[in-house]
Design a protein around this ligand. Sequence first.
Ligand SMILES: *[C@@H]1O[C@H](CO)[C@@H](O)[C@H](O)[C@H]1NC(C)=O
Ligand SMILES: *[C@@H]1O[C@H](CO)[C@@H](O)[C@H](O)[C@H]1NC(C)=O
Length: 315
Amino acid sequence: MWALGTWVLLGAVCSGSAQLQFNVIKSVEQTICNKTVIIPCIVTNLIQNNIGTMFVKWKLEKKPFFIFRGSTRTMERNDSFSSAELESEQNLTSGIASLKISRTQAVQGNYSCEVTESSREGETVIELIYHRVAWFTPVENILIILSMVLAILFYWIQLAVTVSKFETTLLKIGLFIAGVVITISAVVGFSLLISDEFKPENQIGLGLIVLPAVILVPCQYFLLQIVYENNLSFAIGVVILESLGYLIAVIGFGLCITACRPKNGAVVIAGLAIMALIALVGLIYAILSGYSKKEQPTRKAVEEPLNDAKGVMLE
Ligand SMILES: *[C@@H]1O[C@H](CO)[C@@H](O)[C@H](O)[C@H]1NC(C)=O
Ligand SMILES: *[C@@H]1O[C@H](CO)[C@@H](O)[C@H](O)[C@H]1NC(C)=O
């Protein structure tokens, strides 16, 4: 690379203006997020600026795959580079011979750009490097998974704590099935979300984590309502906050889903974290109330004033 650059430079100095000089770019990076790839090739000392006298040849590892003839304004290209074209035919007269290729055809390697203007010519080499990028950062992935694991875990604990209080088995079964559904969907979602390179499965994974979380909202209501028969406003307040968390998570999902490199991962995380936090609050209250209720029948007389005080405090 360097040797070639020096050689081109020396050539230009020694033979006056016989050689074309380039704006030297050693390499360009491509990721899965590039729909098209542009390999830059910019001549800095054209004299004629006339497309009719120009000729451009692109090679990959020394094998030509694209030729543009200015005189006829025609191009020839290899089948495996059928998408290749000059970035802008008009700008060729100002020295821009950059090549545009679709991502799928742009293989990694050393590309040579050879430009001729009448009898002057020159060549520059640009390395195209493929760079893997994941959808979310590892930290974002961990936070998304952690928030969801906690939200589901708190749900199961709360179900276990309050299950004895349900009189109808139908509701018990319903809440159990809801828990199983959300757990399975989240676990499948986790496995699809994580990969070292972005792929559509990641988006499906995030969908499986975020969207079914709506199930937790009514379930939370039923769980709290059984404990707080006479304090529904608390249950409703929790459900409203939980819905808010869900709404934020869904908005974040919407913002991230179409982006190849999402900038709004924090919104999804915030939404799921709120859901987990609210589930924890619900759980703590359920446990506290569970204890105060269990003790009632046996030590009713002694505990009653205490419970009343507690009840007031909790309200
Ligand atoms: C790929 O896309 C990035 C970001 O848009 C851009 O900076 C980069 O130049 C592109 N790579 C190529 C080789 O076109
Ligand atoms: C491209 O050329 C550079 C310098 O000669 C070399 O280090 C690199 O490995 C080459 N890349 C490929 C993909 O062959």
